[in-house]
Design a binder for this molecule. Structure first.
Ligand code: SAJ
Length: 419
């Protein structure tokens, strides 16, 4: 029988991945301590609240806290296993910023006695998990870490990338297959025991660097495919063709499945992870780099279309529908829609710009500071607008009456109002 973890577990980082993972384990009987540097996040979780919007997460947190299985703190405790789920942003030169992972390793090191499992879930360039093993070894020379032995180490270190889709995290957390890569094969076996607690998917064992690379490849694959769709949208615009119609027809081929163009690619994964591959092999990754550039160039293209159109009006009003990085979630980090609005507001400081998003309660600072930009309900903003830019395909926008759009210049970047 494959081993299933039972013990005390600490999750470092209570964000979009750490908190759902903590809930998945706690609701299945594991004593979980969630650790976060932000005291507000810790307070919220301690009270059974959720500091972010994700379907079914709130009920999970409330239940886990009420059961006494989930606690939260700013101090890393002693535990039998640690899951590191902190951000890995990229630096200005697109290399990975591993400072949050390093910080987590520094917090964990003094708590180790021997026998613990340390899993890095944070997306990171190949070699990072082995580096964590080295860091722990340097911080605790009294312990044998797996990079330094062929035998049984004192601490097991592995990588297990998350693959959940925001908006479906609680479902995919349980149903997705998991890749578990160990710094040594024993480490993979040990780390897999944690995911057996809640995962209904296959648990695939490999080495740490292959697991790291597999995760980056998944997101780069999607980025390249979206870039193809986005490049098509530019080409079709210039040829005065409807890209949606072209893609719909092409997708009737049995082996063609083109993704959807949009105002760009956002989020903290697909827009970030391909750079880690480019950083690891810059000379060998022109396709992956170009895909990033195509997708990153899309917000400016959409903004330019809107900006040009406003010149037709004496006192134009522009309604921008959507600010989040994708539909039906509240996350505006790395959002192309947000970039589009900023670019328009920057270029047109005297134009009245209304921003609508049912998931956003206040404008981000770069927009809030602009006197010509305000948040408004979509139906009211559209009624006043000359130009409407649909930037995010929230269900609420799809359901809007098409009559509202009559007489307006409409830029439907997501192709939802075509018919
Ligand atoms: N997008 C398009 N056209 C499409 C699909 C997406 O423009 O056809 C845009 C979205 O609007 C959004 C961005 O791409 O701005 C990314 O959205 P997404 O839904 O493709 O992906 P994420 O970032 O929410 O989650 C991805 C997923 N990765 C893959 O599907 C390969 C998820 O499984 C990962 O766990 C997640 O990244 C992650 O954390 O790495």
């Amino acid at each position: 029988m494959a081993e299933i973890f039972s013990g005390r577990l600490a999750v470092i980082g209570l964000g979009y991945i750490g908190l759902p993972t903590a809930v998945a384990l706690a609701t299945r009987g594991i004593d979980v301590v969630g650790v976060d540097t932000n005291p507000r996040t810790v307070d919220a979780v301690e009270q059974g609240n959720v500091p972010l919007v994700e379907p079914d997460l709130a009920v999970g947190v409330t239940g886990a806290v009420a059961m006494g299985r989930l606690k939260a703190t700013t101090e890393t405790p002693e535990a039998d296993a640690y899951i590191i789920a902190v951000p890995t942003p990229f630096n200005a030169d697109h290399t990975a910023d591993l400072s949050y992972i390093r910080n987590a390793a520094e917090q964990i090191a003094p708590k180790l006695h021997g026998g613990e499992i340390v899993v890095v879930e944070s997306t990171s360039p190949p070699g990072t998990t082995e580096t964590v093993s080295r860091w722990l070894g340097e911080l605790r020379p009294d312990l044998v870490l797996p990079h330094a032995t062929e035998g049984i180490p004192d601490v097991y270190v592995a990588h297990c990338p998350e693959r959940v889709l925001p908006g479906r995290i609680m479902i995919e957390m349980v149903t997705n297959d998991r890749v578990v890569g160990g710094v040594s094969p024993r480490c993979a076996v040990k780390a897999a025991s944690i995911y057996r607690v809640f995962s209904q998917g296959k648990i695939l064992l490999t080495d740490a660097a292959s697991a790291e690379m597999a995760k980056l490849v998944e997101n780069a694959y999607r980025d390249v495919n979206i870039a193809f769709a986005n490049e098509l949208s530019l080409i079709c615009d210039s040829l005065k063709l409807d890209v949606w119609e072209v893609i719909k027809m092409a997708n009737r081929h049995p082996r063609v499945n083109i993704l959807s163009p949009g105002p760009g690619v956002g989020g903290h994964c697909i827009a970030v992870d391909p750079w880690f591959i480019v950083g690891a092999a810059p000379e060998l990754s022109p396709l992956i780099r170009t895909a990033r550039e195509v997708n990153d160039g899309k917000p400016q293209h959409v903004a330019n279309q809107v900006i040009r159109t406003t010149r037709r009006f004496r006192d134009p009003v522009v309604a921008c529908l959507g600010l989040t990085f994708k539909a039906n979630i509240d996350d505006i980090r790395e959002s192309p829609a947000r970039d589009v609005v900023s670019l328009i507001a920057e270029a047109l400081p005297n134009v009245d710009i209304r921003v609508c998003d049912p998931y956003v309660g206040e404008l981000p600072p770069e927009l809030a500071d602009r006197p010509n930009v305000r948040l408004q309900r979509a139906s009211e903003a559209i009624a006043d607008a000359d130009v409407v830019a649909l930037l995010v395909e929230h269900d609420k926008f799809k359901a809007l009456s098409r009559n509202l759009l009559e007489g307006k210049v409409v830029f439907d970047t997501r192709g939802v109002w075509r018919h």
